[in-house]
Design a protein around this ligand. Sequence first.
Ligand SMILES: C[S@@+](CC[C@H](N)C(=O)[O-])C[C@H]1O[C@@H](n2cnc3c(N)ncnc32)[C@H](O)[C@@H]1O
Length: 289
Amino acid sequence: MREMSTFQSGQRVHLVDKKGRQYALTLKAGDRFQHSGETVPHDDLIGQPDGTMVRLSGGKTMMALSPTLAEYTLKMPRGAQVLYPKDIAMILMWADVYPGASVFEAGVGSAALTLGLLRAVGDRGQVVSYERREDFARTAMKNIERFLGPVANFHLVQRDAHDGIGWEVEGTPHVFDRVILDLPEPWNVVPHVPAVLRTGGIYLSFVPTVPQVVRTVEALQRTRAFGLIETFETLVRHWNIDGRSVRPDLRMIAHSGFLTVARRMEKGEAPATVPGDESESEVPVFDGG
Ligand SMILES: C[S@@+](CC[C@H](N)C(=O)[O-])C[C@H]1O[C@@H](n2cnc3c(N)ncnc32)[C@H](O)[C@@H]1O
């Protein structure tokens, strides 16, 4: 991410109103931001520090912020549905995406997850991503560059992942540390994964429905190249803390999808233990004594 102490022309900025609603704009000298009949010139923001308060023409004030990655992904232009920050956060931890890692991803969609991956692998790592739709690939590239600037360690390939996945460096097939899929039919990609994922490496996929997750896990099991297969979902419930009104928010994202994680191993019998079974025996038992 480009670190800037003051807002610059070309930078993405979010204006936040009193209710916490965010409005995205890309600063351009001479332009004006308009909202509900009120305006503010971008020139009032350029050169100001992050977190500055701006006054609109009708007297309303807003806070100007350099968006976090989560805020940015929720407001950036979309081709496909983006993954929510709650899922991206879990993906980065459960797929253990570390600085210097080499990650294969498909599909890119609007690049919310790609941005998280690029930040996690850092300059020493790399991300290779397949996207089959040209228009989505274009939107994704713009979203990435607007947030991160030019990225030398990102390779976006317009290709159908069902036909095979991979990346060659000077004629040599590349072996990845992580393979992460967010597309509707990961089971059609799974058979290609063992050839490009190193042993000990991690596979992770995201699908929204139960039939999809069942087909994915069955495909992983069929390869006999994965162990420690687990599936879970993420629920985040925000709370309202306001005087005596201390309660969960009335609305939440109740369902987005299922994450399936697996470890690449040498072909053979997968370890029998499922993480949930193991930990159950460690739960302390209170017998009332
Ligand atoms: C739900 S979107 C991905 C959203 C993305 N993870 C994000 O956070 O912005 C799924 C994407 O996968 C792409 N896709 C679907 N099937 C594909 C395939 N077989 N090969 C490559 N891309 C595919 C779609 O075009 C779409 O852009």
